[in-house]
Ligand binder design. Sequence first.
Ligand code: 4NP
Length: 153
Amino acid sequence: MKTKILMVCLGNICRSPLAEGILASKLDPTKFMVDSAGTAGYHVGELADRRSIATAKQYGIDITYQRSRKFVRSDFQTFEYIFAMDQSNYNNILSLAKTAEDRSKVHLMLNQISPNSNAEVPDPYYGGDQGFENVFQMLDEACSIFAAKLSKS
Ligand code: 4NP
């Protein structure tokens, strides 16, 4: 059975599609499955934001296969790890958790870099292209650390 990891943001068009693409690029696809979702359904069925697609492409990562979907309660059964991009996503996911096991699967993405700091991946949607590059760099660092842990376990 593959280990399954879910990346979650608000719209599932900017941050979590990048997180999905970056983490997947660092893991063996025969052993791991990476997906992403949004806590809101504003963009369901859409491609990732063109700025996320362009930023990923600059680093050799194709995320054009992705389509936005909403986080659903059954994701707690499907996935072993659920990473929230910010505190609001984290709280929204936890509000759907039913059991202590569900809750134990939810983590803040940037705590991989600085445990317990509760730092957030800023929402780049209303900003310029530099915001997407900034998000890419923080996600790349967090995903490298997490991928190294997974590959050891
Ligand atoms: P994301 O960014 O949560 O990183 O995908 C957003 C995308 C769209 C909206 C908000 C955040 N929106 O309000 O439509």
